[in-house]
Write a protein that binds this ligand. Structure first.
Ligand code: B12
Length: 312
């Protein structure tokens, strides 16, 4: 498509938006824009880059709008509201012709941005320092992109990490806690301050020795096996960021295994999932629950499917 065709489409869309009241400007769409000639070559395109232009839509992420019915003239408004309040799925969003309405699209994009931020950034170093967690790395060397593409490498500690962990950590502890970024830095930041002290105190009260905790960057659940092989603890608890959902990035899991070793699979593991405040498993309760599971694992000398069979 040539530039003049693109310009004419942009111009038509901007005119429509202005006519619909979605865009406000100090100038009219067809008025020549003498102040800011940068950008496109048509009046409408120039209009878009003018600093007086405002998009007159409210923030779609506030609860009042996030959960507002968007269907035009619904038959049963109260019923629709009840359905919307019963699920986190995006229902009752209405449509503009065959497309989403603009506020639905913006909400989707905003939520998607939260998800990407949680996934792509690192856990705040200050938080790790607060708990005295030193950092080691898995075999990922190419940053987050490689982490996403190569889960197999995220399940193995690199050579330096193996040496550091062997040197710095107490071996043979009853409970070894490890923190991993996983798929959401936000999840660790949202929950660690609450769950970590509960697990530590819970272990102390239960008379369980508590290994030297540390942090793993670019971490996958399968790394439990390497930790077991190196440190030989009874139980490993891995606190890790879950795959974020749209607009829900603060959910953490505690994956656990009894005497994990190379070759173990998820069938040998247990998980306490959806750990987050306001709607999930509260991190304080999750901490206490995790300690109970650790005790059960030690009692039955098993985890995962074997624990379920043994504890029947
Ligand atoms: C992605 C995912 C999967 C993927 C994992 C593949 C992958 N590499 O991503 C697949 C589709 C294979 C999967 C399968 C299952 N899953 Co799943 N899964 C999830 C999900 C959506 C995200 C997990 C995550 O973020 N992990 C963190 C990242 C960093 O870990 P990872 O190393 O990349 O991936 C590992 C874990 O995700 C682990 N895993 C995934 N599911 C489960 C379930 C259990 C019980 C265990 C021990 C491990 C495990 O397998 C991956 C490879 O080791 C969660 C939802 C949630 N809220 O957590 C459910 C969730 C963890 N899964 C669940 C279940 C029940 C299962 C299945 C048992 C379903 C079934 N009936 O077959 C199977 C068993 C898994 C197994 N491997 O044996 C439940 C666990 C509930 C519970 N408390 O026991 C959850 C919470 C979903 C739910 N709300 O019901 N799962």
């Amino acid at each position: 498509m040539d530039q003049s065709r693109i310009d004419s489409i942009v111009e038509a869309v901007v005119k429509e938006l202005i006519a619909a009241g979605a865009i406000k400007s100090a100038t009219t769409p067809s008025a020549p824009d003498s102040a800011q000639p940068a950008g496109g070559s048509t009046p409408a395109a120039r209009h878009l880059s003018h600093d007086t232009l405002t998009i007159d839509l409210p923030d779609p992420t506030v609860d009042a709008l996030r959960y507002a019915p968007n269907v035009t003239n619904p038959k049963d408004l109260d019923g629709l509201k009840a359905m919307i309040s019963s699920t986190t799925a995006r229902i009752g969003v209405g449509r503009a012709g065959p497309r989403y309405k603009t506020n639905s699209l913006l909400l989707f994009q905003g939520d998607h941005a939260i998800t990407q931020d949680a996934l792509m950034r690192d856990v705040d170093q200050k938080l790790l320092d607060e708990f005295g967690l030193f950092t080691v790395q898995t075999r990922i060397t190419g940053g987050k992109q490689e982490y996403l593409l190569r889960p197999d490498l995220g399940r193995l500690l690199d050579d330096e990490a193996r040496r550091t962990v062997a040197e710095k950590c107490a071996k043979g502890a009853n409970v070894q806690v490890v923190v991993g970024d996983g798929l959401s830095a936000a999840a660790i930041e949202a929950n660690l301050r609450q769950i970590f002290p509960v697990i530590k105190q819970g272990c102390q009260s239960a008379g369980l020795s508590f290994g030297t905790p540390f942090f793993i960057q670019y971490c996958r659940v399968g790394v439990l096996n390497d930790i077991g092989d190196i440190l030989q603890p009874d139980v490993v608890i891995l606190l890790i960021g879950e795959r974020p959902g749209l607009g829900r990035a603060d959910s953490m899991s505690a994956y656990m295994a009894y005497k994990p070793k190379g070759g173990d699979s998820d069938a040998d593991r247990d998980v306490v999932c959806n750990v987050f405040e306001n709607g999930g498993t509260n991190p304080l309760e999750a901490g206490a629950f995790v300690v109970q599971i650790a005790q059960k694992m030690r009692q039955h000398q098993a985890s995962g499917v074997k624990l379920k069979l043994a504890a029947k």
